[in-house]
Design a protein around this ligand. Structure first.
Ligand SMILES: Cc1ncc(COP(=O)(O)O)c(C=O)c1O
Length: 417
């Protein structure tokens, strides 16, 4: 497309050019309206052009937007205390950074530095970002050049359901996990996990499995890092997924929702992990601990509390899930509807090349005013809507989804005849 000629070509971009957004909807240049079921890239969790944000930005511009890296401001101090109020069991110490990958990189450097060990063990299908370090422990690890040494992985089964699987299934995987830990203990600084595997297939490692991993890490004096870039700050109906599991990790990395659509991420370190230490490793970046980041986090937390969004996200998420399950009864091509809170997905079984299919399905959805995303190499459609999505919008989504499915059925019939 000619209009894209000066854009760095890293992705096959959608042809649609977005002009504006309001709450759950966005509009393209021609004025066509779409329901955005993924809060942009899972970040605008209060919807687009949120009125509250306008006030926050006015405040930022009238007070202070940026400081030198070694200077702190009141919004940052207050945000660190606010985080302590929502996850007191960690007695946390927080650093605010820009993107999930940057926060992940900072956390990995820190963990390796503290343990004086080079290795990280992570899930084969996990995703932690695309900086060199974060990518080296993600599903793309084998493609990273230069290769990062001491990157260990554990292969997981395709845990599609949220229900606990048979004991034997996770016991078998735990044995594999223990084996790696025992044989590489001297090298492994931390176990890094994406507790709900999103991009890699929307899988749900069972609670007992994750709790056992936590215990094994503790026993072997290995850090546990929870990548809560997608799950953190309320999406699942708890502030953090670790809390739902009753786990107190050494580090939580959060991104996405943290900045409400602006680049803010954070590393929340366990106070026990770095207690009594003034600083043990320097970390220095231009947008570290920015006042605007502090203001956004304070607004995020206060509004979730005020509007009781944790409870609401669980309830609304269940409603969407039940509607997807109902659709799958009359449209068997919709399979394995699954999710917790506002993190939902379903697979589509159509007999065409999966990657092509994912793109095609999302393009067809746009014809009907739905902005969707695929993952799992095109086999899965995932939904991470904003926290204010309402029942009318859910009905709109379900109605349009049926239309997309009918359209695709007819298209195939036409193609075959
Ligand atoms: C689980 C997880 N971790 C880390 C990242 C990296 O975050 P960012 O894209 O902000 O660098 C992402 C982004 O999709 C993610 O989903």
């Amino acid at each position: 497309m000619n209009e894209f000629i000066n854009i760095f070509p890293v992705l096959s971009f959608r042809e649609t050019i977005i002009k504006k957004g309001k709450n759950s909807f966005v509009w393209d240049k021609s004025g066509k309206k779409y329901l955005d079921l993924n809060s942009g890239q899972f970040c605008s969790v209060f919807g687009h052009s949120d009125d509250g944000l306008k006030k926050i930005f006015k405040k930022i511009l009238l007070t202070i937007q940026h400081t030198s890296t070694n200077t702190l401001s009141e919004p940052v101090i207050y945000a660190s205390k606010n985080i302590a109020s929502i996850i007191p069991e960690m007695r946390p110490r927080t650093i605010f950074l820009a993107t999930g990958s940057e926060a992940m990189e900072c956390c990995l450097r820190y963990a390796k530095h503290l343990k004086e060990k080079p290795g990280i063990l992570s899930f084969d299908k996990g995703y932690h970002g695309l900086t060199h370090g974060a990518a080296a422990y993600s599903m793309s690890r084998d493609k990273i050049r230069p290769k990062i040494n001491f990157s260990y992985k554990i292969d997981l089964p395709n845990w599609k359901k949220t229900a606990e699987p048979h004991k034997k299934v996770y016991e078998k995987n735990l044995i594999k996990f223990k084996k790696i830990i025992t044989s590489k203990k001297k090298k492994i600084a931390a176990v890094l996990i994406e507790p709900i595997i999103s991009g890699g297939g929307f899988y749900f490692p069972p609670k007992k499995f994750l709790v056992e991993i936590y215990k094994i890490c503790k026993k072997n004096d290995i850090f546990l890092i929870f990548d809560e870039c997608q799950t953190g700050f309320g999406r699942l109906g708890e502030w953090f997924y670790a809390q739902k599991l009753g786990i107190v990790p050494d580090f939580i990395v959060a991104g996405k929702a943290t900045g409400l659509g602006f680049p803010v991420a954070c590393v929340i370190a366990n106070g026990k992990t770095i207690k009594n230490k003034k600083f043990v490793m320097e970390h220095f970046s231009s947008h570290q601990n920015e006042p605007f980041a502090g203001e956004l986090v304070n607004y995020l937390i206060s509004r979730i509390k005020k509007n009781k969004l944790l409870k609401r996200n669980k309830k609304i998420g269940n409603k969407i899930l039940n509607k997807l399950i109902a659709i799958s009864k009359s449209y068997p091509e919709v399979m394995n509807a699954r999710g917790i809170g506002l993190m939902l997905a379903f697979d589509i079984s159509e007999k065409i090349d999966a990657r092509k299919f994912g793109d095609e399905f999302c393009k067809d959805a746009m014809k009907f005013g739905l902005m969707l995303q695929h993952c799992n190499l095109g086999k899965t459609i995932r939904l991470l809507p904003n926290y204010a999505i309402d029942e009318n919008e859910i009905d709109f989504f379900i109605d349009k989804l049926k239309k997309v499915l009918n359209y695709r059925r007819n298209k195939k019939v036409r193609k075959l005849s």
